[in-house]
Design a protein around this ligand. Structure first.
Ligand SMILES: [Fe+2]
Length: 473
């Protein structure tokens, strides 16, 4: 049976197609429409997906009547799901169940606690589940308006950033601030994981202090600290009530890589699907309907550019110009460029960071991430686990050797790669290592400013015209 999973009408619409446990396709609407965080599915995306097969059933990532009841409670009701294909039956799953299924059924755990934390779906905002023998059971829930995600988004808005989109910028700013300056005030907004000051959906409306430029960084630092504290307490509770040693962590909050690292203190093993937010829930809904573990082979599941990974060409360009743009193979399913739609660069000089920032026209304080050969990771970064999808921030052990990929607080958001996970990218790193003694490259997303990751052949042409610098395909 072929199942088409759908996630739409909130941020980050996506579709996934699975057949008997194999993932045929998974892609984001924004990559086709070029509308960042696009809410709606478009024809080009559907056509790309349906090349791989005709669905027998549609799995939808939310329960529309539950969602509507919560929206009416919040004061708006003009919402309905849009996408359907005539004559194909549709089965709806709860928002948090879709997240849980996306995580558990792509993991290699038979037995695990599944924690889902996001801003809001229907009513649930934080849930704890167990996954045992392919069965997912809910054990605990926190409901709207109490919400980790809404707390974080409200402060994102307070410091002048775009909520539901720029939370990652607040996270990056935290390293530049003093967490203690506003800690008490911000902690009072969210003192216990199931209790908050008020409904953050409407923003922070009683902030008394004037917000000067440095205050934004101090607020960011305190928000991140409060979030990390509540998250850690919630995870301790999840472990206590389920007695599980393996964690599956899903929901938009699982994108907070600074907070994720500390969770290794609590669990033997952790799986965060590389697309843990709502965009990953089209795969979650499809997996929920399939009802069993999927064959997970990696996040390269989107649009196919169809060429062999150009290892030699990338390496030669790196040697010559230190920065190289790469678009090849299938697009990443998830927010991170993990080698197939990436800008790679030599990390050994700090000035490279400014050059890449110039190409990307983004805020200068924002750090770039390293990709490192897995076998060398623990010598260069303080980590005893792998991070194939850039989900953890760890201390860099040799910051002077790779300054372009170290944040101001001495940490890096690491992607580890081994020869099986991505032979081409590993091959480039290995060549660079043999030449320089450094098994690390800078890896950042290949996109035109303000637009999603590059996707197809037309995007490549546009980039080449705009930057007068050819992408290696
Ligand atoms: Fe969600």
């Amino acid at each position: 049976m072929i199942i088409l999973g759908i996630n739409e009408t909130s941020h980050d619409a996506s579709v996934s197609l699975i057949e008997n446990g194999n993932i045929l396709f998974a892609g984001h609407a924004e990559r086709y429409s070029k509308i960042k965080n696009d809410w709606y599915i478009n024809k080009d995306l559907i056509n790309d997906a349906l090349q791989y097969g005709k669905p027998d059933k549609i799995a939808y990532y939310e329960k529309p009547y539950l969602k509507k009841s919560r929206l009416m409670f919040g004061g708006s009701s003009d919402w309905k799901p849009k996408f359907d294909i005539e004559h194909i039956s549709r089965i709806n799953f709860k928002h948090h169940y879709s997240h849980a299924a996306a995580g558990y059924f792509t993991s290699n755990f038979d037995d695990a606690v599944i924690v889902v934390i996001d801003a809001i779906g229907e009513w649930n905002t934080s849930t704890i589940w167990t996954g045992e023998n392919n069965k997912i059971k809910q054990r605990y829930s926190i409901n709207y308006p109490t919400s980790f995600g809404l707390f974080y988004s409200a402060f994102t808005k307070l410091i002048g950033l775009k909520p539901n989109e720029e939370e990652y910028i607040l996270m990056g700013m935290a390293a530049y601030g003093d967490p203690n300056k506003y800690f008490k005030e911000i902690n009072d907004y969210f003192p216990v994981f199931d209790r908050q000051k008020y409904n953050f959906h409407r923003g922070i409306n009683d902030w008394q202090n004037i917000i000067l430029e440095q205050d934004k960084f101090d607020i960011a630092a305190a928000v991140q600290k409060v979030y990390e504290n509540r998250l850690f307490e919630f995870m301790i509770y999840a472990k206590k009530i389920t007695k599980k040693q393996n964690l599956v962590f899903m929901g938009g909050c699982a994108l907070n890589c600074s907070a994720n690292t500390k969770l290794w203190e609590l669990f033997n093993d952790i799986w965060i699907m590389p697309n843990p937010g709502d965009a990953g829930s089209s795969l979650g809904a499809a997996a929920a309907l399939y009802g069993s573990h999927l064959n997970w082979s990696g996040p390269y599941l989107g649009h196919e550019l169809g060429s062999k990974y150009p290892v030699i060409e990338i390496f030669n360009e790196l040697k010559k110009n230190k920065i190289v743009a790469v678009a090849t193979g299938r697009a990443e399913y998830g927010p991170r460029a993990l080698g197939n739609r990436s800008i790679l660069a030599d990390p050994r000089e700090a000035s490279i960071k400014d050059e890449v920032n110039k190409i990307k026209k983004r805020e200068l304080f924002r750090p770039f991430a390293p990709v490192v050969m897995e076998e060398h990771a623990s010598k260069w970064f303080d980590m005893d686990f792998t991070s194939p999808y850039m989900q953890y921030t760890v201390k860099c052990l040799k910051p002077k050797q790779i300054p372009a990929v170290v944040h101001v607080d001495g940490t890096s958001r690491v992607q580890t790669v081994n020869r099986y996970q991505h032979p081409g990218l590993w091959g480039v790193l290995n060549k660079f290592y043999l030449e320089t003694g450094v098994p690390v490259l800078l890896n950042t997303s290949l996109n035109i400013k303000g637009q999603p990751l590059l996707n197809d052949e037309q995007d490549i042409l546009k980039w080449n015209l705009l930057y007068n610098k050819n992408i290696i395909v």
